[in-house]
Design a protein around this ligand. Structure first.
Ligand code: NAP
Length: 251
């Protein structure tokens, strides 16, 4: 029987693949056999070395995802580099922290634009190609803030709650067209995104005390969920937001 998790011959776009969760997911998809189009505004050299070492093909696409200007080019460049596009991982994201009472319009717009607007329009651009082919997998990187309120991150919570909603909407529109749209909600992972939290002794102690697994996650631990949602193993999975959180939401 063929391995339903095998991604040989598949092509994946991963945004924000230079570091953290995006790099971990790019590696997992590469190890499962996918070619990687790594999209971002920083050097992809480290990820390129890791992916090619794993025996997968790699192409870097330089793009600032703070606006939707590059979305059509990203899809076109992927198709011209690899001749296919099967998987999109909308991972790039930012966070701005301040009390709601002081939160600025600039911090609102920057986070919503990157985390929600660009993710939607990149899904639309990739979705047009996938619908034409009758097959595709879109994975949005959501958050525990897709389920909970949090504190001091109003635009981040709005963006991740919105992304969960958009995941469900796209699944409803595209499931019958052969395109699976799902999301992964990481719990607390050790990346640049959480440096400020981990450096705040009170917050990090409180967070750790609530995680049933008793520790923060590391990006490689999201690989299994990403490969599952990118592969034919998940062909009947549509519109779900899959927590990978050490048990946080079960608490
Ligand atoms: P990270 O290390 O800060 O990575 C964020 C990635 O997004 C980086 O590659 C960053 O590129 C990229 N990015 C941000 N703005 C961009 C822009 N305008 N153009 C292009 N790329 C841009 O944090 P991370 O934890 O791996 O975050 C990845 C995703 O996981 C985010 O969507 C985040 O919200 C989500 N998440 C993280 C956690 C966690 O605990 N860490 C939990 C839940 C969800 P640069 O390096 O160039 O800035």
């Amino acid at each position: 029987m063929a391995n339903p998790f095998d991604l040989s011959g598949r092509v994946a776009i991963v945004t924000g693949a230079n570091t953290g969760i995006g790099q971990g997911i790019a590696m997992a998809l590469a190890q499962a056999g996918a070619s990687i189009a790594a999209v971002g505004r920083s050097s992809m050299d480290e990820t390129e070395a890791m992916v090619t070492e794993a025996g997968a093909r790699f192409h870097a696409i330089n793009a600032d995802l703070g606006t939707i200007a590059p979305v059509k080019r990203i899809v076109a460049e992927t198709l011209s580099a690899f001749g296919a596009l099967d998987i999109l991982v909308n991972n790039a994201g930012i966070i701005r922290r301040a009390d709601a009472i002081d939160f600025t319009e600039e911090d609102w717009d920057a986070v919503i634009d990157t985390n929600l607007k660009t993710a939607f329009f990149l899904a639309q651009a990739a979705g047009r190609h996938m619908i034409e082919k009758g097959r595709g997998k879109i994975i949005n990187i959501a958050s525990l803030l897709s389920f909970q309120g949090g504190i001091r991150i109003p635009s981040y919570t709005a963006s991740k709650s919105g992304l969960a909603g958009v995941t469900r909407l796209l699944a409803c529109e595209w499931a019958a067209k052969g395109v699976n749209v799902n999301a992964i909600a990481p719990g607390y992972f050790v990346t640049n995104n959480t440096t400020a939290l981990r450096e705040d002794l009170d917050r990090s102690t409180a967070i750790l005390a609530r995680i049933p697994a008793g520790r923060w996650g590391v990006p490689a631990e999201l690989g299994g969920a990403a490969v599952f949602l990118a592969s034919s193993a998940s062909d009947y999975v549509h519109g779900t937001v899959l927590p990978v959180d050490g048990g946080w939401l079960a608490r």
